[in-house]
Design a binder for this molecule. Structure first.
Ligand code: PLP
Length: 363
């Protein structure tokens, strides 16, 4: 029985993606590798139908955090002043990245359960100190979908460039590419795109890469180095070749399945089914309806059963769920319905939830 991952990445793979990963041995200095690299970069730009003359996708070896760190440490000039939206672990991680690289920044802190306080944010931006705003699109800590279109509009009003961590939303939620304020977003192969871990990327305006920081803050994280070599049919370092093979197949499947908006609808449908099943046992979603992404929902742990009991019961039946992070671990758990989850998997999951909750009620 295949194990179904309901954690927010890595995800359950389709058989074809799993096979593509080990389909061939490829040297990264041969023309066939560069054909693959070119194809993948243009497919990524095309996920949201971005104009390839304006936007480019830069492939990186490393997890999603690497793409976020590369984006921030490369695209923020030495005289930048960054405002960081924090309403969860990943927003706070952006501040840590800024601090480590000596980037001047100020946080806009929020409670982890809270939506963006736009009044406070726009007051903070009013004095004109900030050149850039960095934010998480889908804050995976709680499943909250931050209103990034409104953020982009606010940035535009204040002449501020927007950098997004879209690691857990790229491929399934609307990314505000139409807003001139959006400079770049960072994402990964192994979440909504259904590839394998180890490969991440930044979709950036070409103009933002041209204006990247000089001298670089880092050798390995410097986006222009990767972008420039990839543009010239090369690569600066050994790339995760198998990750590229997998993502290429995964992007073909995304397209065959109707693109990002069809995936959005599919995730929503699956998440709704899980939410309705849990509601029968009095397990409630932590956020108000409409505030969660389609990718992940967080649920309040019931009084009478702990996380371990629910987790272990589901694991025995072939499903892996996810605990709450940090201070939320004792209050909630998370279920993500991204990945190659079939209708059959969903039926089995609903049966497993019923079994686990009936069992715990019988104790
Ligand atoms: C998963 C995730 C990341 C990156 O995590 P890695 O473990 O480095 O892949 C960053 N931001 C968000 C919002 C995420 O969900």
């Amino acid at each position: 029985m295949r194990s179904i991952l309901l954690n927010p990445g890595p995800v359950s793979l389709s058989d074809k993606v799993r096979k593509a990963t080990v389909s061939t041995d490829l040297c990264h200095r041969e023309p066939d590798f560069f054909t693959l690299q070119d194809r993948l970069r243009s497919k990524l730009v095309d996920v949201y139908h971005c104009d390839p003359l304006v936007w480019t996708a830069v492939l990186l070896g490393g997890s999603g955090t690497m793409a976020v760190e590369a984006m921030l440490s490369s695209l923020l000039p030495h005289d930048a002043c960054l405002l960081v939206l924090e309403n969860g672990v990943y927003g706070e991680r952006i501040s840590r990245i800024a601090a480590i690289h000596g980037i001047e920044y100020q946080a806009a802190p929020h409670q982890w359960m809270d939506a963006i306080d736009f009044d406070r944010l726009s007051r903070q931006m009013e004095n004109g100190t900030f050149s850039h705003l960095a934010a998480v699109h889908h804050e995976t800590t709680t499943g909250r979908l931050n209103d990034v279109s409104r953020l982009a509009a606010l940035c535009e009003e204040h002449g501020v460039g927007l950098l997004l961590d879209s690691v857990s939303s790229f491929g399934a939620e609307a990314v505000p590419f139409d807003f001139p304020a959006l400079l770049a977003c960072a994402a990964t192969a192994n979440k909504c795109l259904h590839g394998i871990p180890g490969l991440s990327f930044v979709v950036s305006r070409r103009s933002a890469i041209e204006k990247a920081v000089e001298p670089p803050r880092s050798l390995y994280l410097h986006l222009p180095l990767w972008a420039d070599q990839q543009d010239r049919g090369s690569t600066p370092f050994t790339p995760p070749v198998n990750g590229l093979l997998a993502l290429n197949q995964a992007l073909t499947e995304l397209q065959e399945q109707g693109g990002w908006s069809a995936r959005h609808a599919r995730y929503h449908h699956l998440a709704d089914r899980v939410e309705r099943a849990l509601a029968r046992y009095g397990v409630e979603a932590m956020l108000e309806p409409g505030e969660s992404s389609c990718v992940l929902r967080s649920y309040r742990l019931p009084q009478d059963s702990g996380y371990a009991e629910i987790h272990d019961g589901l694991k025995q039946r072939g499903f892996v769920i996810y605990a709450g992070q940090g201070k939320l671990a004792s209050e909630m758990f998370r279920i993500s319905t991204m990945g190659d989850i079939t209708d059959y998997d969903m039926e089995r999951l609903l049966a497993a939830l019923t079994a686990v909750f009936d069992e715990s009620a019988a104790l």
